[in-house]
Ligand binder design. Sequence first.
Ligand SMILES: [Zn+2]
Ligand SMILES: [Zn+2]
Length: 371
Amino acid sequence: MHIDFLNVGQGDCTLVTPPSGDLLLIDCADSTVAVAHLQRIRQATRRTLGTVIVSHSDLDHCGGVIAVLEDTLRHRALPVTVYADIDRHKNIPKTWRNLIAFLERNYPAKLRVRTVSETPAVVCEDSSATPAWSVKIVHPDHVQRLSLASQERLAPNPLSYVVEVTLGSTSVLVAGDAHAKALIDASTGPVSVLRAPHHGAHLSGLSDMYNALEPSAAVVSVGTNNRHEHPHADHIMAARAAGCAIACTQLTPRCCLSPLDVRAEFLPRYKRYDVLQTRHARRNNREVPCAGTVFVTLRANGCEIEPDPLAHKMWVESMLGDRALCVRPQASQGPPKSPPPIVPPEPEPVLPGLDYGATSDESGTTRSASI
Ligand SMILES: [Zn+2]
Ligand SMILES: [Zn+2]
């Protein structure tokens, strides 16, 4: 069973290849990348997309869904099932309105549309296979949706679908833009890999979430030039404090002040996935892949991740030193500190017995945590 976290810039696109049956896509921010990847798999395996889950109405999750569905319907006679919360009727962005109109136009001959009223909602599974596998939507159910909608005035992120993919005892959680507490409530136990919620944003309860889910790796689907300052240092540090390795799809100014300066060194590393580099081949592209597309292979009792998180971390360190969030020395406590104020040197009385060597350690920690 495979899960590919596609490098689509600021947004999400996750392709699940189950042991049998049709492919399943969760969100699509960039149809060019997704269509190229689906074409490659179709040519190699003759398998096509049977299900699309659209986690919520934000553009960075649903912007490429129509184009992917159009492409799929050209290559497939059977209908495609689409999970989308089309009941929401306030503050609807134009892209979401267009998607609903597209679903209505093609329903029911080419598309089957599903909304989730109770969780966990089984999207597909084979409980008789060895090992058994399943794909489930685990958040939110109807009651949560009503209560969240009243609290959040129908803000889309807290209502984001959360998808759990399981093979044997191995689970991967695709968190969409849901809140940290929702993930704790939704998960049935520790997970091997977490698609980090909301592109590595600062969220309350992150430490509790990482300690509860115990992921060995977190994939942060993030764009070099995002305006939201993703990923946030607090998020990455909470993950690292819980022993979780980090793989960001793209390099951001949070790790390298000017990513474009190192683009020439980062790009060749991804050549073997050139079909996925459609995005980076575009003219005037100012994005820099870091881990790029992250490929996860699920086994009954664990998973393999490519690029390997440890090797990736060492490579990032070799390229950027300790500036990157995934290798930066962790502050001993609390969020990253501000740089110490610059004060003019003044002769100070030296107290007997004071160890000035200790201050260099402290200033080193402060300097590296605040870049
Ligand atoms: Zn969102
Ligand atoms: Zn998002």
